[in-house]
Design a protein. Structure first.
Length: 355
């Protein structure tokens, strides 16, 4: 999208902040919401002027097409404060671009980059006091777009709403997780919308994930839709495996999300002289590596958790435990990324954006 200049963002401040009722030392993930949100409506073929208003319910007609045909996409981002109280965000342009890639796939009008970036920055300035500073915490940011236009006919809507809402949050995961390699269900298929952050992708994951939880696992490792012979993602995250000293991850495709954390890990790993291979990883290869001891690490990567180590996995009734590794890649890479995000080290990539 062309980057236009937003000449005005209308701001209506809340009459009373909720912040005094929040225990910032005991934050769950995405359960407490800040005072304001940004909203922008698409009507008559154009995006209107963005507005910042008090956080509040959204009213829709029962005929709104989001309820019937699922036109909805979203992003996940975080804002941090450094020791000088500066507001920082990590690779926000990438989130904006990916939101528009997702929107295009679902026939949703793309958001002008300036609306996204200027609106985000203005909202964060207003919500500065909502950004927590304890280790592992951040202000989680959820931009999303959905069909607000009305009608029961199966066609794209004629009206949409873009929203950015924020939630001060603690760490997403505590400790390592145990996962089950999926043999029956798929999260996406060739030619589908797996590469997009579409709400329906995640809705379709919930049932098979619950089946795995009923068996004592925390999450699912998704496999390809055709043969179920190749691993693709870990829950809602991209997946990495360390076999001997080589870090492996699968290539992106129309089934796999082009994760921003994933891209960051690959770049940092290469700069740390860690051998990196981006290629298909078969379930057979993973099991053989676990059996012969060459599988050193397995972890998911995404915005919410950054990196989530996997303690073991199950397949066809057999469990495989991973070893405890000193100086793990997961720990090293997570520290490198979070140090950049929180301005504890130099950012040679230009990923960190000061608001």
């Amino acid at each position: 999208m062309k980057t236009d200049t937003v000449t005005q963002i209308d701001i209506t401040k809340t009459s009373k902040s909720k912040i005094e009722n929040v225990d910032f030392n005991n934050l769950s993930f995405g359960q407490v919401f800040s005072d304001h949100m940004l909203v922008c409506d698409y009507k008559d073929g154009t995006w209107e002027t963005p507005k910042i208003i008090p956080y509040q319910p959204i009213t829709l007609e029962p005929s709104a097409k989001i309820f019937h045909y699922g036109q909805s996409v979203f992003e996940g981002m975080k804002a941090y404060k450094d020791s000088d109280n500066n507001i920082l965000v990590f690779r926000p342009i990438d989130n904006c671009k990916r939101l528009n890639i997702s929107s295009k796939r679902l026939a949703i009008p793309e958001i002008p980059e300036a609306y996204f970036m200027d609106g985000l920055k203005e909202l964060l300035r207003l919500e500065k006091d909502w950004i927590p500073t304890s280790d592992g915490s951040a202000l989680y940011i959820r931009p999303f777009v959905f069909a607000s236009g009305e009608g029961f006919h199966a066609s794209p809507a004629d009206a949409y709403k873009f929203v950015i809402a924020c939630a001060p949050s603690g760490s997403y995961f505590a400790g390592k997780v145990k996962v089950l390699i999926e043999e029956t269900y798929s999260r996406s298929a060739n030619g589908g919308v797996g590469f997009a952050k579409a709400g329906g992708n995640y809705a379709g994951q919930f049932y098979p994930t619950q089946l795995a939880k009923d068996k004592g696992y925390h999450q699912v490792i998704w496999t390809d839709d055709n043969t179920h012979e190749y691993i693709e993602e870990a829950g809602a995250m991209n997946i990495f495996a360390r076999i001997d000293d080589t870090l492996l991850t699968v290539p992106t495709s129309d089934r796999i999300l082009d994760g921003i954390t994933r891209k960051s890990i690959i770049q940092i790993a290469k700069d740390e002289n860690i051998p990196v291979e981006v290629r298909k990883i078969s379930v057979k290869e993973l099991i053989e590596a676990a059996e012969n001891g060459s599988l050193k690490e397995l972890f998911g990567a995404g915005t919410a958790a950054v990196i989530s180590p996997i303690a073991g996995f199950g397949f066809k009734g057999q469990d495989y435990d991973l070893p405890e590794v000193e100086n793990s890649y997961a720990s090293l890479l997570k520290k490198r990324i979070t140090d950049i995000q929180t301005n504890k080290t130099v950012d040679p990539y230009g990923w960190r954006v000061k608001v």
